[in-house]
Design a protein around this ligand. Structure first.
Ligand code: PMP
Length: 389
């Protein structure tokens, strides 16, 4: 065995010994609210299919039509081969949805965050990043080589102290809109005020809020009535509530032009498939036309949150469609996930490094297809597990 292979194998063994080895389950159905693995059917509490739009016939038809009309591939980067009109049309619609001047589609949210942040900041600049921001934001910050100031989770006083002392050229505040592993919401009103006061711009990663929060599902900026703010830019992803895939960064037009010229994750990648912009536009139609999906999701989130609190379980302070059950121990969270799975509930133990050590958890993500009975079943299983210990 080469020393390379020995080292890699040793690392895998050490992950396994620490109970941190990750494996990928093979699902025999689509990723819907019920999934089948090894012939067993589970209620799926792991997907970000919040509005249950995955497979929606209207969206599926739009995507199929796009394949027929525009083909299965874009064949090269948009700068090299040109951009099929579908992208421009979708970008106009997406920008309008977020009430921004322009939008730029990326193949994924991870790629968009890494690429946008690394393009807009460099070594002369200062990025202010919430402690619990998504990995793609963290990676974008690292790649940018900007000075990185990490503020305590949702702590605007701490953020202000850091802003006050910064002498850097550009100040960029980056935050998740809804935090992916905690389900809580960034204090965007206060962050926006600080940005105005300290001449900073804000990037909000609305991966988990797009389609879900705000009166019309436009995300956290709509929720806080901040859509018109020129110094706030926002990322939306298409693979979660929108039920499609891809991602879009919404910003002033001059930033879009800058990204087209400088953003390596846009320039040096093949454009995503034509079905994606078509699906994104169809999904926006459904989000507008079927507000009941959002309503049901919020009712269920409140119900689940109330039940977790009433049973004395540790969860987030406020309800959202992402609800953590904090266990705080690696082995116990693995056991809890196993018990739930044995009882037909598909969840994953969320461990370090996805969350800090000592905050290991089960992350429940709800969809508008779940029911109160599903939630009751989950609570009963958790209670019986706690009683057994
Ligand atoms: N931001 C956040 C907050 C996320 O949770 C995720 C995905 N888990 C992403 C960005 C990346 O999006 P995508 O899955 O489209 O790459």
């Amino acid at each position: 065995m080469s020393s390379f292979e020995i080292q890699i194998r040793e690392e895998l063994e050490s992950l396994s010994a620490d109970g941190l080895l990750r494996t990928v389950d093979s699902i025999e159905t689509g990723c819907f609210s019920q999934i089948t693995i090894d012939g067993q059917t589970f209620l799926n509490f792991c997907s970000n299919n919040y509005l249950a739009l995955n497979g929606h016939p209207y969206i599926a038809n739009a995507m199929k039509k796009a394949i027929d009309l525009w083909g299965t591939s874009c064949s090269a980067s948009r700068l090299i081969v040109g951009s099929i009109k579908l992208f421009e049309e979708a970008e106009e619609r997406l920008a309008g949805f977020k009430r921004k001047e322009a939008a730029l589609i990326f193949p994924s949210g991870y790629q968009a965050n890494v690429s946008v942040i690394a393009t807009l900041a460099s070594s002369e600049d200062n990025i202010f990043s919430d402690q619990l921001n998504h990995a793609s934001i963290i990676d974008g910050c690292k790649l940018s080589r900007a000075k990185l100031s990490i503020y305590r989770h949702r702590d605007v006083n701490n953020l202000e102290d850091l802003l006050k002392n910064s002498k850097s050229r550009r100040k960029i505040i980056v935050t998740d809109g809804v935090f992916s592993m905690d389900g809580d919401i960034a204090p965007l009103k206060e962050i926006s005020e600080l940005a105005d006061r300290y001449d900073a711009v804000v990037i909000v990663d609305d991966a988990h809020a797009t389609g879900v929060l705000g009166k019309d599902g436009k995300g956290t900026l709509e929720l806080f009535d901040l859509q018109q703010k020129k110094n706030i830019m926002v990322l939306g992803t298409g693979g979660k509530a929108l039920g499609v895939g891809g991602a879009f960064f919404c910003c002033p037009d001059y930033i879009k032009q800058y990204l087209i010229n400088k953003s390596r994750g846009f320039i040096y990648t093949t454009a995503t498939v034509p079905a994606i912009p078509a699906g994104l536009m169809a999904s926006l139609d459904v989000i507008v036309n079927e507000p009941d999906r959002r309503k049901r999701l919020h009712e269920l989130s409140n119900y689940f949150h109330q039940r977790l609190k009433a049973e004395g379980f540790m969860t987030s302070k406020t309800p959202s469609h992402i609800l953590p059950l904090i266990i705080g121990d690696n082995q116990k969270v693995i056991d809890m996930a196993l018990i739930l799975r044995k009882n037909g509930i598909y969840v994953k133990p969320i461990r370090f490094p996805t969350v800090p050590k000592g905050t290991e958890r089960i992350r429940f993500s709800l969809t508008s297809h779940h029911t109160k009975e599903d939630v009751d079943k989950v609570i009963d299983i958790i209670k019986s597990y706690i009683l057994l210990r």
